[in-house]
Design a protein around this ligand. Structure first.
Ligand code: AP5
Length: 217
């Protein structure tokens, strides 16, 4: 299966990908995680991406398209889920072209639907591990010891782009530049709308229902 997961910032894409990956044995390619890794390694790409990310703007298409098409080529054949990419119609067009070169296409798109007010609550409470990238929430997904990562004991931090003013900008950009992708994919293939207002386990069950039906066909 080659899947795309769409949804506003904080809709729960990363959270849901963990379950999808373990349940269906897919590779997980998160453009945000790859960019954050590049930043922490101090690469040229990471340096270029920094100011865009911290202001909530999108990193330019040409940088992202090259980074993600390279990453896709390295994924094992069993399939993958793309999280955070594509994020503009231009990125989707270029992805389709790159896949077509090797006779492939996206099999299905999952679209997490959520209100802006819910996003604001989720982002303000999100805490991340700077070492392993694990994600928590101060109310919905608490670590065993307050403020510390369950995996490695590192002190949890708030992502710089989770500050309220940056979140507002990210949501504005999502509605302007990323939401049109839903229609792009509806005109080109299968899109499953998923109600992401529910708690994480219920969202996960809704996704499994859709993916199980896809596997059977
Ligand atoms: P990226 O890291 O991709 O950020 P995003 O898409 O804005 O998504 P998030 O990681 O913020 O949220 P999520 O949907 O994964 O939610 P999560 O599961 O963590 O991108 C960051 C930046 O990189 C972009 O702004 C841009 O600058 C750049 N970038 C990346 N890709 C790009 C591209 N393709 N083109 C250009 N630029 C690009 O959940 C959030 C919180 O809610 C957590 O605390 C979680 O525990 C909690 N939670 C999750 N689900 C639930 C639930 N159902 N109920 C209650 N709480 C929940």
């Amino acid at each position: 299966m080659r899947l795309v997961l769409l949804g506003a910032p904080g809709a729960g894409k990363g959270t849901q990908c963990k379950n999808i990956v373990s349940q269906y044995g897919l590779g997980h390619l998160s453009s945000g995680d790859i960019l954050r890794q590049q930043r922490s390694q101090g690469t040229e790409l990471g340096k270029k991406a920094r100011s865009y990310m911290d202001s909530g703007a999108l990193v330019p298409d040409e940088i992202i398209i090259e980074m993600m098409t390279e990453a896709i080529e390295k994924v094992p054949a069993a399939g993958y889920i793309l999280d955070g990419f594509p994020r503009t119609v231009e990125q989707a067009v270029e992805l389709d072209k790159a896949l077509a070169c090797s006779g492939q296409e996206i099999d299905a798109v999952l679209n997490l639907k959520i209100e802006d007010a819910t996003v604001a609550k989720r982002m303000s409470g999100r805490r991340s591990c700077p070492q392993c990238g694990a994600v928590y929430h101060i109310e919905n997904l608490k670590p065993k010891v307050e403020g510390l990562c369950d995996n490695d004991g590192a002190e949890l931090v708030q992502r710089p782009d989770d500050k309220a003013e940056v979140v507002a900008n990210r949501l504005k950009i999502y509605h302007q530049q990323s939401e049109p992708l839903v229609d792009y994919y509806k005109n080109n293939g299968t899109v499953y709308d998923i109600d992401a207002e529910n708690d994480a386990d219920d969202v996960s069950a809704l996704i499994s229902e859709k993916l199980d039906s896809l596997v059977k066909t």
